[in-house]
Ligand binder design. Sequence first.
Ligand code: SAJ
Length: 413
Amino acid sequence: MSFKTISVIGLGYIGLPTAAIIASRGIDVIGVDVNQHAVDLINQGKVHIVEPDLDIIVRSAVQTGNLRATVTPEPADAFMIAVPTPFKDDHQPDLSYIEAAAKAIAPVLEKGNLVVLESTSPVGSTEKLAGWLADARPDLIFPLNGAASTDVNVAYCPERVLPGYVLQELISNDRVVGGLSSECAQKAIALYEIFVKGDCLITNARTAEMAKLTENSFRDVNIAFANELSIICDTLQINVWELIKLSNRHPRVNILKPGPGVGGHCIAVDPWFIVSSDPNNAKIIRTAREVNDGKPHYVVDKVIKAADRFKDPVIACLGLSFKADIDDLRESPAMGIVDILAKKEVGKILVVEPNIGELPDKLEGRVTKVDLSNALKEADITVLLVDHKEFRNISLEKLHGCMTIDTRGVLGG
Ligand code: SAJ
């Protein structure tokens, strides 16, 4: 199967880099997004998200004419859907963006097309997608109910890239490709082989959906172990960082790092998709989520206890993003901690975040953004929330004996 034109639906953290990489291989790519502002920026060769080198590759793809963006889907040989799949208040998955994408592309679908879902989704979502497409296009045959031959192929292939390394990992990572039929999977593999240097591993759609959820749940459970250990170590007055370093010298032990909680739009979300599919059996996975979600509150309590020792405490919070050296504040435990401290009026809150220009609206007027040296000069209590490179070598001298709560184990050299 040859792909002359590929459409990427959803031009966010995954869709835009994917579109630009495919365009850089000389294929015509039509990027589709509901956000007119993002579409306009991309058509000017600019980007609306921060990811190393993304601006360069998008600019070049737009300049060569291989990438253009629009708000209205157009016919293409293949459609890759990379839209958000958040969860609702009750932790149930919200598939409305996938349904909307299906309804948007259905009118332009043609016989011979391939549709691949990339969004992290609960098991069964690819079948649902095919169902929504079939409802909108009764004139076409979709791979449902064991149909022998189909007009449109539908597959699932989860993205697995690490924010900060997206452009490298999109090319080098292995991909799990699950079809609604083996023909669907084969066609999807042909699509990914255009730009993936890793192996493309073939399976069915349900297994591929579960593989993505499993990978992120594995990480969540392991981080929960580290976070739980850090709390137990506080009780037992043991330095958890030293403990982990020592334990990790065992040839079959590899404990992850404790932190202020788990953030981002993936690991803090995806395990709930497994829990909602089988709530009675997903015990460790649910508990891990609860342990990790509880960690920010534990940190807040520690700061409140420390602040009680001062009359008018000045608290310097180092870092706001959900992990080191990025500007992404989504589901960030650091943001949550600063927000609660401000709400509880624990003291004067100073925030240092080298990766963002201005405070997010949520914190504006409630905390003060300062640079690192001013924060350290003024603070009675320093709370390290993110291990940004700027914070990794702060000497004990610069901390001038002020109280420290180091959630990432990097303060003091
Ligand atoms: N974290 C810890 N301790 C650790 C490692 C991470 O507290 O030892 C925290 C981080 O600070 C952060 C959160 O976990 O708050 C998540 O960070 P991360 O670097 O583990 O992962 P993400 O969310 O940036 O990206 C993950 C990756 N999944 C896995 O590593 C299994 C990535 O490959 C996925 O593509 C991505 O989720 C996604 O899109 O699903």
